[in-house]
Design a protein around this ligand. Sequence first.
Ligand code: GLN
Length: 489
Amino acid sequence: MRTGHEIREAIARKQTSALEVVEQALESAGRLETELHAYIRLLPERARIKAREIDAAVTRGDKLGPLAGVPIAVKDIFTVAGEIATAGSKILENFRSPYSATVVEKLERAGAVIIGKTNMDEFAMGSSCENSAFFPTRNPWDVTRVPGGSSGGSAATVGAGTVPIGLGTDTGGSIREPASFCNIVGVKPTYGRVSRFGMIAFASSLDQAGPMTADVRDAAQTLEVIAGFDEFDSTSVDVPVSDYTAALRDDLSGVRVGIVAEFEAEIGASDPALAALYKAAYADLERLGATLVEVHLPHARYGLATYYLIAPAECSSNLARYDGARYGRRVQNGGDVFEMFERTRAAGFGDEVKRRIILGTYALSAGYYDAYYVRAQKIRTLIKRDFDTSFAACDVIACPAVSCAPFELGQKMQDPVSMYLMDYFTIPMSLAGIPALSVPAGYVTGLPVGLQIVAPAFEEARMLGIAHAYEAATGHARRREPPLAGAAR
Ligand code: GLN
């Protein structure tokens, strides 16, 4: 049993119990943890209580939620009432949240059982999970390699088959890039589609929560559960949630798929093996009935520069609240309150977070604000317009999710810019606020990579439907198992 929909079905039919499934997931998580390091914390007692509640509901014959009894893993950036949420940082090491994130509440109401909180780059800043203040997570396909980031723990544990569904966040690629590296499906919804309430903020105009799953059907099901308006998030949008599972399709006749000329030139020059893999993926789409059309995103090449002004600017403001007075850790030995702030922040934040705060504070400072922040916002608009123009000629865009296969631990740690470049193909969609997903597309030297499918705002149903047809026809993830597999399959 691999997917969430299969698990739910088996529980509903009383072929297994929620408790049995949860025990298996906990056993698998525990067994793999010495090599994978996917979890900051497992929540076995809480999980067993929730599983017993589901089993009682099954016995009573109650109507079951769409994720009843499905074990899930939640990135440690989301709050769960009564539990610690660290965001991968020492500064929140002891922060226990009094309330649950809206998405967590919705998942639990749908019957999902959280088995643990997953590792991540500190405050979601990174592409490898190596910026976690605690330990790096490994890739189940090769434990000497990174699982991607920042949602690396969720990607690794789903990739290893311990749980079928993980929750991640994506600000510039943090769901899609690790999903690609761990051979799973990862969806970044439209900005405003999913509530950010209870999700620890990195860059508020970009942050979105989304599912990281064993297959497209689980992604559709999970998104259906977590999407929707939330009065507690002022940027949540009141657009009805479509029936994403009903939109899943098996052929692509009549679908126009845009191929981005600038991206193809870029990947062709930088990684011929990867470029060949993506060419094969586009040919598969064509075989399924799609028509390929060339589209242009002339400003996408400025995406990285734009993102590294906007995201740090917003983070410098969001992270100002961690001062030792209100949340988590405090460092104080004599001195006044300002000394306390300084010492707390110096000890509590890691290098990458400090780098971003410095960059962002600089970009927002008087005299530089217009030259950097305002200019970046203008380019953001141009990038969004490129997508609007492209979508006049196509229904979805297909493009690379990553610019290389999973790399070795340590390889990019001394070179922040090469790490930033990991998100070259994912950042433009984040800046435009549009939905995008990564679906397994095959292997380069035995390591998985994902294909990115991008849709206009709030067209998640279309995007998932097309990804489903591709997945059903190619089945890249179904065909192979990672060396480090933990599921009872
Ligand atoms: N890797 C990018 C960064 O470091 C994106 C991270 C994210 O999407 N949270 O900012």
